[in-house]
Design a protein around this ligand. Structure first.
Ligand SMILES: [Zn+2]
Ligand SMILES: [Zn+2]
Length: 77
């Protein structure tokens, strides 16, 4: 199975417990959908399409975030 690395803390998701996964996803959603927050953080590469999150508009960001969440949840089953 392909390893998914966390865009928030950069560790592999299989090193996260469920609580940590939810925390990191929540943080990622906040950053991805909130450019003001994002500009004060380190550069984050979108785990879905591998572009800079800044190259996304709000709608693209949500699409990528949703895809990514689905991927992580599917993988943890
Ligand atoms: Zn993480
Ligand atoms: Zn993307």
């Amino acid at each position: 199975m392909e390893k998914i690395s966390c865009p928030t803390c950069r560790k592999a998701f299989d090193q996260h417990d469920e609580r940590q996964t939810n925390l990191c996803l929540e943080k990622f959603i906040n950053i991805a959908t909130n450019p003001v927050v994002y500009s004060s953080t380190k550069k984050i590469i979108c785990p879905t399409c591998e572009k800079d999150m800044l190259d996304h508009n709000q709608r693209q960001a949500m699409e990528c975030v949703n895809k990514f969440i689905k991927q992580v949840k599917d993988n943890s089953d």
